[in-house]
Design a protein around this ligand. Structure first.
Ligand SMILES: *Cc1c(COP(=O)(O)O)cnc(C)c1O
Length: 389
């Protein structure tokens, strides 16, 4: 039997070894890493809410009610704050109801494995997040993965597969490693035509996209056509946790059948209070200003990279991949940037397909324009040294 140490050595040899970097002190658009200040260019804290004074104040107040909820929701772990946050999220999303989950990962595995099972069919974009794939595997339904955004291929699968069971089409709203957006209007049409449920994972869109930050569904004006809108509270909202926004019927079904909902201690009050403050903030004029700032920061950064000759892989959002290719070069790129005060992660298999390694840059509303220009120029200078451009 091969030892774990040997397997780790193999990962190292393939340039696929992973390790964690530690941030000292506070979260922000600049952080201290290994005792040095760096520009943070790989956080999903897109609106900069993770260290916003109002969220911190709310969390402290929430903690006055206790540090833990003490039980799962169906035992004694449902506090008024859970109900208030769910009602606020439902109002924000314009759905009958919303149900909290402890994380986006727990939401996807718990929702998908509850809604479909043996004999049912799941149709999933090839670039969907790992938690969707894991939910699909856990469900034991037949998993049909279609090429990225290839809706002709999806339609063919819908015609040929599925049989009499339930059908679920599931997609990322914003693809987490590419930053492109699924055209939800077309998916809504296909779901209707083939009598399938449609679930959208809006981890990177909620709070950020759409005229009022309600996410991808708002961007396409299809809030009513999506059966389950899953969103996370740990990214754009700067807090922690996740939700399913759906009909009362679906939420009630999930309460009764979703194992990650039933068998896990519920979110603690400090987190719930911070999330409530976050939704209020996202839904306020300050939220609108932050979204405008995020959008102009993104445009500035992306243009500067494109002008330098980089391939940003069709990104339409604040997630800006810089295509590199091989794993080794990508990691060297990221190391060189860190030496120059820019913290950005290289993304390798199995997160992305082999040969499509990239730097995954993420823009924040709280970045200074001058910092982004400087960062893009530094990326260009290292990119030239490494022969990427
Ligand atoms: C981050 C992410 C998740 C998981 O959410 P967490 O709250 O971090 O567990 C799910 N789906 C997508 C697309 C993500 O990017």
């Amino acid at each position: 039997m091969q030892s774990f140490a040997e397997e780790l050595e193999q990962l190292r040899a393939q340039g696929l070894y992973r390790s964690m970097r530690v941030i000292q002190g506070a979260m922000g658009s600049r952080v201290e890493l290994d005792g040095r200040p760096v520009l943070l260019l790989c956080s999903n804290n897109y609106l900069g809410l993770a260290d916003h004074p109002e969220l911190k104040r709310a969390a402290v107040q929430g903690a006055e009610l206790g540090t833990g909820s003490g039980a799962s929701r169906l035992v004694s772990g449902t506090m008024e704050l859970h109900q208030r946050l769910e009602a606020r999220l439902a109002r924000f999303k314009g759905t009958e109801r919303a149900l909290l989950f402890n994380s986006g990962y727990a939401a996807n595995t718990g929702i998908i494995s509850a809604l479909v099972g043996r004999g049912d069919a799941i149709f999933s974009d090839r670039l969907n997040h790992a938690s969707i794939v894991d939910g699909a595997l856990l469900s034991r339904a037949n998993l049909h993965r279609y090429p990225h955004l290839d809706f002709d291929a999806l339609e063919k699968l819908l015609q040929e597969k599925g049989g009499k069971g339930r059908r679920l089409i599931v997609t990322d709203g914003v693809f987490s490693m590419d930053g492109d957006i699924a055209p939800l209007d077309r998916l809504v049409g296909l779901a209707r035509r083939y009598d399938a449920l449609l679930m959208v994972d809006d981890a990177h869109g909620c709070g950020v996209l759409g005229a009022t930050g309600r996410g991808c569904a708002e961007l396409f004006g299809v809030q009513k056509g999506i059966d389950i809108q899953m969103g996370t509270l740990g990214k754009g909202f700067g807090s922690f946790g996740a939700y399913a926004a759906a009909s009362g019927e679906i939420c009630e079904y999930l309460v009764n059948t979703s194992r990650s909902f039933i068998f896990s201690t519920s979110l603690p009050p400090a987190v719930l209070a911070a999330s409530l403050a976050a939704v209020d903030l996202v839904d306020s004029p300050e939220g609108a200003r932050l979204r405008e700032r995020l959008s102009s920061n993104t445009a500035l950064f992306k243009k500067r990279l494109a002008d330098a000759g980089f391939d940003t892989m069709g990104s339409e959002t604040q997630i800006v991949p810089v295509f590199v290719g091989p794993a080794e070069t990508t990691m060297e790129f990221s190391r060189a940037l860190l030496e120059r005060g820019i913290f950005v992660q290289g993304i390798r298999p199995p997160t992305v397909p082999a040969g499509s390694c990239r730097l995954r840059c993420t823009v924040m509303a709280t970045h200074e324009a001058a910092d982004l220009v400087e960062a893009a120029d530094t990326i260009a200078s290292v990119g030239r040294q490494l022969g990427v451009i």
